[in-house]
Design a protein around this ligand. Structure first.
Ligand SMILES: [Zn+2]
Length: 240
């Protein structure tokens, strides 16, 4: 999961913060900051991305909308219909999960062949529990093989992008000094989304990692050590 920086609340012309009492109005500003990608599954969606409330505006069991949560810029991310509906209105305790706007979520999850997502093998037991809770909350472990009628195509989408990333990496071998080709790969990556898959497949190519970090809007630069091959490092103020 790509660690992102949402930034400060956008301002009105008179320099006051915009009040998102009608929260879907935040969608454009969020896309400007974070790109047209689901904040959880990282799929690219040109339509269908919704403003996601990290802490649900009306948690299961609540009788009224919590207006502070509903309109709070710092409570917003972007989500695709699958992540949105899986997460639903489940009440969340922030510290029980990893979040792309607070933590270095790239350290928490491990992407592998076919786009399978698991808690990173190097995590401590406590960290694994949190990573696993994050995967379950958003349904990133769902696979159509377990449910042939599934409309949830996120896993298939990740598998396809994994294969495309592998293919482009293979083509880069023997052509690795070709800057134009490197930029073409970045264009393919931003066109498909799934930043974490590109970062994983190209993990031994620091130049490509730098390009992916720069090209996907809103990626948290401080989560990667630019003096050490863009190795993922702990996020300041985050849990990982
Ligand atoms: Zn999603």
């Amino acid at each position: 999961m790509r660690p992102v920086v949402r930034g400060d609340c956008p301002k009105n012309q008179d320099n006051t913060e915009i009040k998102y009492s009608d929260f879907p109005n935040a969608r454009g500003a969020l896309i400007n900051r974070l790109g047209e990608f689901c904040s959880y599954c990282e799929m690219r969606l040109e339509a269908g991305l919704a403003v996601e409330h990290i802490q649900p505006k009306k948690p299961d069991g609540a009788t009224v909308v919590i207006s502070d949560r509903e309109s709070d810029w710092q409570n917003f991310l972007l989500a695709c219909p699958n992540c949105n509906s899986t997460k639903g209105n489940t009440e969340v305790i922030i510290e029980d999960y990893y979040w792309p706007d607070r933590d270095n979520t790239f350290r928490a999850l491990q992407y592998s062949v076919d786009g399978i997502i698991k808690p990173d093998a190097t995590l401590s037991n406590d960290e694994k529990l949190r990573a696993d809770a994050t995967i379950k909350l958003t349904g990133l472990d769902k696979q159509p093989l377990n449910n042939p009628k599934a409309s949830d195509r996120r896993w298939l989408n990740r598998r396809d992008v994994w294969n495309i990333a592998q293919k482009t990496k293979h083509r880069l071998t023997g052509n690795s000094n070709n800057t134009n080709f490197r930029e073409t790969i970045v264009d393919v990556a931003t066109g498909h989304g799934h930043w974490s898959i590109w970062m994983t497949v190209f993990k031994d190519d620091a130049d490509m990692l730098r390009r992916f970090i720069n090209a996907f809007s809103g990626t948290c630069h401080e989560c990667f050590d630019d003096t050490n091959q863009y190795f993922a490092i702990a996020r300041q103020g985050g849990q990982i």
